[in-house]
Design a protein around this ligand. Structure first.
Ligand SMILES: NC(=O)c1ccc[n+]([C@@H]2O[C@H](COP(=O)([O-])OP(=O)(O)OC[C@H]3O[C@@H](n4cnc5c(N)ncnc54)[C@H](OP(=O)(O)O)[C@@H]3O)[C@@H](O)[C@H]2O)c1
Length: 160
């Protein structure tokens, strides 16, 4: 099973200046819990944006046309190779960013979304989730992050 995992502001924004725009500690813990022990696939820019890299206790696959191979991660030169490698794990996660989401959204089995119920100004976006293709499999209901004051919700979509 290949899933996209993403946190999206209600206006579609996912990042700015190669950074995230919010800090939701529960969401980060959930990301770690879901992805640990599995394969994570990301674009080179998202890899560069990680504060600690490669992500520990996960198979890190980075998509890049130029980045050299290195210790603790694999580099692939195109999306197809990334997807083939991802299918060798029972659970794999596409973890961003915008370019990689756009290029894989039609290929994955589910979307694991954290909706942030606020507009943010940013420069990277998640493509519109088409309700004719994606149905809601489960949702957490709205929650409040006390530290940031942000309201958020976990929604998992599967192909109809
Ligand atoms: N909110 C969230 O959940 C979330 C999650 C992840 C990331 N983000 C945000 O997203 C932003 C980054 O997104 P982005 O769209 O700028 O970058 P990105 O998708 O992370 O990476 C883009 C890079 O991936 C490589 N690439 C893309 N398509 C390729 C292909 N078909 N074949 C080979 N290589 C390919 C290229 O690397 P080379 O240039 O090396 O060739 C390209 O420059 C940041 O702001 C980050 O914080 C948000």
């Amino acid at each position: 099973m290949i899933s996209i995992i993403v946190a999206i502001a209600q206006n579609g924004v996912i990042g700015k200046d190669n950074q995230l725009l919010w800090h939701l500690s529960d969401d980060l813990k959930r990301f770690k819990a879901l992805t640990t022990g599995h394969t994570v696939v990301m674009g080179r820019k998202t890899y560069d944006s990680l504060p600690f890299r490669p992500l520990k206790n996960r198979r890190n696959i980075i998509i890049s046309r130029n980045m050299p191979e290195g210790e603790g991660y694999e580099v692939v030169r195109n999306i197809d190779t990334a997807l083939v490698r991802a299918t060798s794990d029972k659970e794999s996660f596409i973890i961003g960013g915008e370019q990689i989401y756009r290029e894989t959204v039609n290929e994955v089995d589910q979307l694991i979304v954290t909706w942030i119920y606020r507009d943010f100004e940013g420069d990277t976006f998640f493509p519109k989730i088409n309700p004719a293709i994606w149905g809601i499999k489960e949702r957490s209901g709205r929650m409040l992050d006390e530290a940031s004051g942000l309201e958020y919700e976990y929604v998992t979509y599967e192909k109809i």
